[in-house]
Design a protein around this ligand. Sequence first.
Ligand code: GTP
Ligand code: MG
Length: 204
Amino acid sequence: MKINNAAFVISNTDVSKCPKDPIPEYAFIGRSNVGKSSLINLLVNNKKLAKTSGKPGKTQLINHFIINDSWFLVDLPGYGYASVSKGKRKVFQGFIQDYFIQRKNLINAFVLVDSRHTPQKIDLEFMQWLGEHGIPFSIIFTKIDKLPSSKLNNTILKYKKKLAETWDPLPPSFLTSATAKHGAETLLNYIDAINKQVVGKIEM
Ligand code: GTP
Ligand code: MG
């Protein structure tokens, strides 16, 4: 899929104030600093669309971007960032949970995990929670430029083995690097194929 245009629409913490257009939506979620905003920028080939930072906790709101006037990409705050005060962290979780449960046009959540790490409890629990709420998700292994390919293959294999304890079939998964500009085309084609399946079928 070619990106002809990508534009910011709105940011908020209230799912009822999110755009009402009955078009497919894809959300990016995962630990703070895993590379959600950077990956969105890679997909749309615009480094400035979503705000990124070397420090965790940059994205704090539900951010809607409209792509090719026909579908939404959503950049969400990360979870698991210990420096956010307890009270604030709870609010994050509350409105993010509401978003996932209530957003009718959410077609797929992309759960981003750092390709360097072994499976983390917080990510596995979040996937479990998505499953329990019937929210389809795919996994994106990010920052693959940081690992030599032999090590990368090994970590991914181990990760999938862990997932296989819970999931059959395994959720679709993708490898990306915003720095090395890897994985955008595959992801966009995946989204495009789903968009074609759901066109005209979304109710809000
Ligand atoms: P929050 O909004 O805080 O939850 O973080 P985020 O998940 O949106 O991460 P963000 O895209 O802001 O990136 C965090 C840091 O990781 C930044 O310093 C990025 O430059 C870096 N980063 C993101 N993707 C990659 C990647 O593919 N490779 C490398 N080497 N660094 C990356
Ligand atoms: Mg972010």
